[in-house]
Design a protein around this ligand. Structure first.
Ligand SMILES: C[S@@+](CC[C@H](N)C(=O)[O-])C[C@H]1O[C@@H](n2cnc3c(N)ncnc32)[C@H](O)[C@@H]1O
Length: 261
């Protein structure tokens, strides 16, 4: 009886994981995160320059300082969810020994492209080997990282406890996890609820609308989004064995939102 229940539980966990991964692939294989921020074609250097300017100059200018990219010289760092590779190149330029993983080919290709634009031929070969496709939970990684960095990913993971446990096991003793996740209390959430009521007229589930607005996913095909308070985030981290040493609440600047943007 007990083993039957265990099998059912693990089947359920497997399905939760697979469905979360399927949704993530469906969204980000087809739509590059933030891709609409640039007017250039994504196989040009101009594209990456515009994406970088938007990210560090406008939308989230706090990233480099808050996540302390300048202390990465000689450190082994794992980035989970590489997006356009803007942070990857920044960390590499600061001397990090970098590994990046992502569940989509699309984001891996973009990251590799930006690395190619940013480093010479000799360096490229070495660096590209460490940009790896896979689901964080199942991919085989050497571990012993000084830092695991992940911006805007953990809130898209349905099985985040397993995710955090795996990250913990990949860090050196006293290694650091540096993450950004959505905050429960924000102007953006108020705006989203207001537009859900007035614009969407609650035709779709709030989670669907939220995913459409925040992640540009198709209506009817949302990605997982989990929005938490500070104490919920801290509790989740502590349960996975982390000690929270720094927590900051920062705003995204959204040019398309009148006044509160
Ligand atoms: C919202 S995007 C954030 C990307 C980037 N960090 C940024 O700030 O622009 C989430 C990223 O996580 C990746 N991702 C989602 N689930 C993943 C998983 N299970 N393992 C690895 N990467 C995953 C997605 O493909 C996507 O690149």
């Amino acid at each position: 009886m007990t083993s039957e229940i265990k099998i059912n539980n693990s089947l359920e966990e497997h399905e939760v994981r697979e469905s979360s991964n399927r949704q993530a692939r469906k969204t980000w294989e087809n739509k590059t995160v933030g891709g609409h921020r640039s007017s250039a074609s994504n196989d040009t250097l101009e594209y990456f320059q515009q994406m970088r300017d938007y990210r560090y100059g406008y939308e989230t200018p706090f990233i480099v300082n808050t996540f302390n990219f300048s202390d990465l010289q000689g450190k082994r760092i794992l980035e989970i969810g590489v997006g356009n590779g803007i942070d990857a190149v920044e960390m590499l330029s600061n001397g990090a020994i970098y590994t990046g993983i992502d569940i989509t080919q699309n984001h891996l290709e973009l990251t590799k492209r930006f690395i190619n634009f940013s480093f010479n031929k000799e360096e490229q070969e070495r660096l590209l080997e460490d940009v790896v496709e896979g689901d964080m939970l199942t991919v085989d990684l050497p571990g012993n990282y000084d830092v695991v960095y992940s911006f805007g990913v953990l809130h898209h993971i349905a099985h985040e406890a397993d995710f955090l446990n795996k990250i913990h096991s990949l860090l050196k003793p006293n290694g650091e996890l540096r993450i950004a996740v959505y905050s429960k209390y924000s102007f953006f959430n108020i705006w989203m609820i207001v537009t859900w009521i007035l614009k969407n007229r609650m035709k779709n589930l709030l989670t669907d609308w939220q995913s459409n607005v925040a992640e540009n996913s198709e209506l009817g095909s949302p990605v997982v989004i989990k929005i938490r308070t500070r104490s919920e985030v801290e509790k989740m981290l502590k349960q996975a064995g982390f000690k929270v040493v720094k927590y900051e609440c920062k705003g995204f600047v959204q040019g398309y939102l009148p006044i509160i943007g």
